[in-house]
Write a protein that binds this ligand. Structure first.
Ligand code: ADP
Ligand code: MG
Length: 464
């Protein structure tokens, strides 16, 4: 693989994303496209990875054609030759890699293959357990020590100590890693115990399929014999009433039989949206352990451990630079490290700070553009000539409440903060207030062009 080709593919991908960003607008771009990872390019076959099955499906159905067009345009391929596959990171990688094993020799994998060995499914419900996701590979620091300790207690004990164990934290902070670690550990200690791990999306799909084929008994049966049930990312069943209902029954049945249930979500039970009250409260009965955003120390520790495993030489300066710059989550941090390592291996040059900045320039740029809620509040307040303090105040006159709603709206669009979190930063308001603001501003933008221009103007100011 030539040096130029590698760099040019990275460039193409950066330009494709630039196009899509322009085409779809900022909020769609951020919600759907930004999380796509370029995984593999074999000739004209391009594989992208989406974080979840749900996102994969949505991206393929809504944006698939546009992505293909953009890629064809930027790579000077004809559209007919260009085949874009989007897979979800939830799925086993094996299929994607071995589907065409005779051509993988010439392929350009941006993530070293060696570290992506996956374990084959044991049955259809079990999903895949990632062999890298073990306790040994989990770096413990202040932000995750409680969740880690809880996970170890659950897997190390034959009794059910707390039910359920509820792990929560923002995306990419290690929830799935901890759940897989528990599964591996339990299997190692006692292979006869039946552990079932599946994502809430998969639970939902299976359930809907069972309904369609009138086969709900078989669906229910699959859970009966389980000793430990883990459901990952339960926030996805919010709002899906019949799935929730089924989940609630499955959950209760297992807890009644003293089987261990382990749940993860991106929010605490109290903050989960669209969940029935009895389920919400039931989820909080056991031990609720949160994973906080990473600290600089933890990020550095994770990078060091990663470098050891990859067996590449990376100067401390580079690690410190990455730990300092890439603060969002561990997944992005790992992604950056993998890209640098892959680049160095393929190109055969040392990893330097300059090379790092070059390889990651698009990623780093997107970080520099990230806005904070405080900046949004300041800009919006000054634009409407109100005091920044009014963003937090209880005053309700329209001349103040409207700009406050605009600021909430922009905070939702331009930052990664959750609705409850945004509410807290606007004088401790409830997440429903933020949701209301977002809807209101959306509506106003549709019926009032002048208003929309105003909001657009503010958004551009904040983004540049
Ligand atoms: P989540 O499920 O919370 O979105 P994941 O468990 O998928 O996050 O973690 C994202 C990536 O970061 C995984 O590759 C995982 O191995 C890695 N990771 C997260 N936290 C740690 C940690 N403390 N030590 C080592 N790797 C971690
Ligand atoms: Mg996860």
């Amino acid at each position: 693989m030539s040096d130029e080709r590698l760099i040019s593919i990275d460039r193409i991908w950066a330009r494709v994303r630039g196009r899509l960003r322009q085409e779809f607008g900022e909020s769609t771009y951020r919600s759907w496209i930004r999380s796509l990872v370029l995984e593999e390019v074999i000739g004209q076959r391009v594989t992208l990875a989406a974080p979840t099955l749900f996102m994969r499906d949505r991206i393929v159905s809504q944006y698939g054609d546009r992505i293909t067009l953009a890629w064809a345009a930027e790579s000077a391929d004809t559209v007919n030759d260009c085949l874009i596959t989007v897979r979800s990171s939830d799925e086993p990688v094996i299929e994607a890699v071995t589907a065409d094993s005779n051509v993988t020799k010439n392929s350009l994998s941006l993530e070293p293959k060696a570290i992506r060995t996956m374990v084959k499914k044991e049955n259809s419900l079990e999903g895949s357990l990632d062999s890298r996701f073990t306790f040994d590979n989990f770096v413990v620091g202040k932000p995750n020590e409680l969740a880690y300790a809880a996970a170890q207690r659950v897997s190390g004990s034959d009794e059910v100590l707390f039910n359920p164990l509820f792990l929560y934290g923002a995306v990419g902070l290690g929830k799935t890693h901890l759940m897989h670690s528990i599964a591996w550990d339990i299997r190692r200690r006692d292979p006869s115990r039946r552990v079932l791990y599946l994502s809430a999306e998969k639970f939902m799909y299976q359930f809907i399929r069972a309904l369609r084929f009138k086969d709900t008994m078989a669906f229910k049966d699959q859970f009966r014999s389980v000793d430990v049930l883990m459901i990952d990312d339960v926030q996805f069943i919010g709002g899906k009433d019949s799935t929730q209902e089924e989940f609630f029954h499955t959950f209760n049945a297992l807890v009644d039989q003293n089987r261990q249930v382990i749940i993860s979500a991106d929010k605490s039970p109290t903050d989960l949206e669209g969940l029935e009250e009895r389920l919400r409260s039931r989820l909080g009965w056991g031990l609720v352990a949160d994973i906080h955003p990473t600290t600089y120390e933890l990020r550095l520790g994770i990078l060091q451990s990663k470098v050891e495993k990859l067996g590449v030489v990376v100067p401390t300066k580079v690690l410190e630079f990455l730990a300092h710059k890439i603060t969002s989550n561990v997944r992005e941090l790992e992604g950056a490290m993998n890209r640098i390592a892959a680049h160095a291996t393929l190109v055969g040059r040392d990893i330097t700070l300059e090379a790092t900045q070059e390889v990651l320039h698009d990623l780093l740029r997107s970080y520099e553009r990230r806005v904070t809620i405080e900046e949004i509040q300041r800009q919006v307040a000054s634009h409407y000539q109100i005091r920044v303090g009014d963003m937090h105040s209880a005053r309700r006159s329209r001349s103040i409440a409207r700009p406050r709603q605009i600021a909430m709206f922009l905070a939702k669009q331009l930052t990664q903060h959750s609705l409850p979190d945004i509410g807290r930063r606007f004088g401790g308001r409830d997440h429903t207030t933020v949701l209301h603001a977002v809807k209101k501003i959306d509506e106003l933008c549709i019926i009032d062009k002048q208003f929309q221009d105003d909001v657009e103007f503010l958004r551009r100011m904040l983004e540049t």
